[in-house]
Design a protein around this ligand. Sequence first.
Ligand code: CP
Length: 326
Amino acid sequence: GNHILSVNQFDRDAIDKIFSVAASMQPYAKRQKRTTVLDGAILGNLFFEPSTRTRVSFGTAFNLLGGEVRETTGMQSSALAKGESLYDTARVLSGYSDIIAMRHPSAGSVSEFAEGSRVPVINGGDGANEHPTQALLDLFTIKRELEYNGKGVDGLHIAMIGDLRYGRTVHSLSKLLCLYKNIHFTLISPQELAMPDYIIDIIENAGHRLTITEQLEGNMDADICYQTRIQEERFPSQEEANKYRGRFRLNQAIYTRHFQSKTVIMHPLPRDSRMEANELDNDLNLNPNLAIFRQTDNGVLVRMALFALTLGVEDLVSKYERDVIW
Ligand code: CP
């Protein structure tokens, strides 16, 4: 099927195409233009795990292309709670929609669902496994931010910080970055929350530079500082998760000590803003290099592009343009 399940399915040409379509979506996302290219199409937005931006930006992206959105949130409200299989659920729900976006707490579940689906399925995060659309919007953001600094992705130095074990966004992003040249990955986490070995193997086999450390040290020449949240919901117990809360705080003073004045600060969000965690302090909100809300805006562009390309309407978007009335 024409699914988006893992970043493994993309090469650099496919990424370039997605990003060029995403850039062309800007006037529609900014409401300077309207299009009804997906008039009559229905998105099944199935979120069996909490989400704010992925769920709402998938829905917004589909609406901005003129389509309708049906929402299902929470396992308890679906027949999965009665023991229905993901396969049967997919057979049924794919009869009600033209495309499905799905998030689920267990790794591999979205692929299992896709096997039963009669329409394309897009993975909005499956457990600690992958979050391919997040990785694409992160890479799109990295490209844009670096262009602003006069650089490209080849030769990039990225520092990834925090929960690299359970954080699926860093897994997908690392794999995508491996398609580029001479990337320097600095992975900063306690050993217990280290990047999985299979990702380390991919980085090393692709010949990239790898630095692994447990703490922020010295002044790094990183272009990107990619901070993460401790994924408490994936830990065996709350007690276990509590051990790592607050281990990787970042505020303006810490940023100034360890990073260059141009280092771009990213985070997939949500950031845990409770004082005991505080992984991105509000004092960074005034830092122009804080790209977190540019990431969330870019998420709409990238998801619009993925819908248009998956449904084969990328060349028809401007043909179905309408006036903006209000
Ligand atoms: N970045 C991200 O996946 O956020 P949500 O959990 O709010 O969708």
